[in-house]
Design a protein around this ligand. Structure first.
Ligand code: 4NP
Length: 159
């Protein structure tokens, strides 16, 4: 029997730019598709420096311009997340290595992947960190999120 729900965790370094953008864009697409009850979405950072904070104001403003509400409260990833989620998507290779380091017994390798694996319109391996960048870098993040999140939704719908 097909599984009823699907859960995805987006992970970056600080959990205030890229992964909360993924979280918000995914919520928009899932709501538009009428799949909100079937897909659980969350995000986390490999570092805990910004825990408790809303996303970076530049990321929130760029998201809002495109109709995405970015209101995730930052938190640090923990080992339990590896059990809890069906798919764990790292924004870059450093994030991927840090998540894999939490998977000490290598039980969860197949569900820990790079976000850009789900992009079909952009030939990128990683989502570049916009934190020290300019407005165009935040727009690039959103371009990648809209592409990859559409791919993740198609993936969830195909299961
Ligand atoms: P994120 O971006 O990993 O996409 O949330 C960053 C946010 C904060 C920092 C670095 C990257 N920082 O150095 O504080």
């Amino acid at each position: 029997m097909a599984k009823n729900t699907f859960s995805v965790l987006f992970v970056c370094l600080g959990n205030i730019c890229r992964s909360p953008a993924a979280d918000g864009v995914m919520r928009t697409l899932v709501a538009e598709a009428g799949w909100s009850k079937r897909i659980e979405i969350d995000s986390a950072g490999t570092a805990g420096w910004h825990s408790g904070k809303l996303p970076d104001p530049r990321m929130r403003a760029a998201g809002k311009q495109r109709g995405h509400t970015l209101d995730h409260c930052a938190r640090q990833i923990c080992a339990d997340d590896l059990e809890r989620f069906d798919l764990i998507l790292a924004m870059d290779r450093e994030n991927l290595r840090d998540i894999e380091a939490l998977d000490r017994q290598r039980q969860h390798r197949s569900k820990i992947r790079l976000f850009c694996d789900f992009c079909t319109e952009h030939a990128m391996y990683e989502v570049p960190d916009p934190y020290y960048g300019g407005p165009e870098d935040f727009e690039k993040v959103l371009d990648l999120m809209e592409d990859g999140c559409a791919g993740i939704l198609r993936h969830a719908q195909s299961l």
